[in-house]
Design a protein around this ligand. Structure first.
Ligand SMILES: *[C@@H]1O[C@H](CO)[C@@H](O)[C@H](O)[C@H]1NC(C)=O
Length: 214
């Protein structure tokens, strides 16, 4: 009984510590990119100098340029573009996909993601961690929502006839993005081609070739 109560107490403490790290202790801490203080985020701008524009950004309606080999463009609206997001654990992206375009498998190391389709038809999926590696996928239409849980590898692909547009919110002011293929092929200096080739069960010369092209 006593040990159960102790466990409950420890859990309650962990929970309140976890909450404390995400609940702001002031109305806002608008990011000051020139701030010298080293904090987990941007230093706060003097509150007297904060204006409505610090919480404002215009341009979510502007289509991203999808003229690239992936036929996709992710436009980020995070604490760099909107200083008022600093310390709030929130950001947003717009995803544009040309016909056949896709957003290659990637993870966000600091966030979960909630995505909704504004236009078109998008296949989405994520894969759970090892050893299960379960693939959850779904085809989304306008108004549909899909969740990509914290840190899991996921992707989006336009499977409709026209352009597709989605917006997503992430619970980090700077969610980060780790693209699977680019990490293997474009790191500087290269990850040894033998490691990449044997990991993906590919020919080593083939990997050397791709790495050389980046
Ligand atoms: C879109 O990107 C392509 C490739 O970088 C570039 O050639 C083109 O001018 C861009 N289009 C617009 C409208 O910016």
């Amino acid at each position: 009984m006593a040990s159960n109560m102790l466990l409950a107490g420890v859990l309650a403490l962990c929970f309140s510590v976890a909450l404390a790290s995400i609940v702001p202790v002031q109305d806002f801490c608008v990011g000051d990119p020139k701030g010298q203080a080293s904090v987990n985020g941007l230093a706060c701008k003097d509150p007297k100098l904060v204006t409505p524009d610090d919480f404002f950004f215009s341009g979510l309606d502007i289509p991203g340029n999808t003229s690239n080999p992936f036929g996709s463009k992710v436009t980020s609206f995070n604490a760099i573009q909107i200083p008022g997001l600093n310390s709030l654990g929130l950001s947003m992206v717009r995803l544009d996909l040309a016909p056949y375009g896709f957003n290659a498998p990637h993870t966000h190391p600091r966030a979960s993601e909630i995505l909704t389709v504004l236009e078109g038809t998008i296949e989405v999926g994520f894969v759970t961690g090892y050893p299960d590696l379960r693939h959850f996928k779904k085809v989304l239409n306008k108004g549909d929502i899909f969740i990509f849980p914290f840190g899991l590898i996921h992707y989006q692909k336009n499977v409709g006839k026209g352009n597709a547009v989605a917006i997503a919110a992430l619970n980090s002011q700077n969610a980060g993005m780790i693209p699977l293929a680019a990490t293997m092929y474009q790191s500087q200096p290269d990850i040894c081609d033998e490691i990449v080739a044997r990991s993906f069960q590919l020919d080593q010369g083939f990997v050397k070739n791709i790495q050389a092209k980046q």
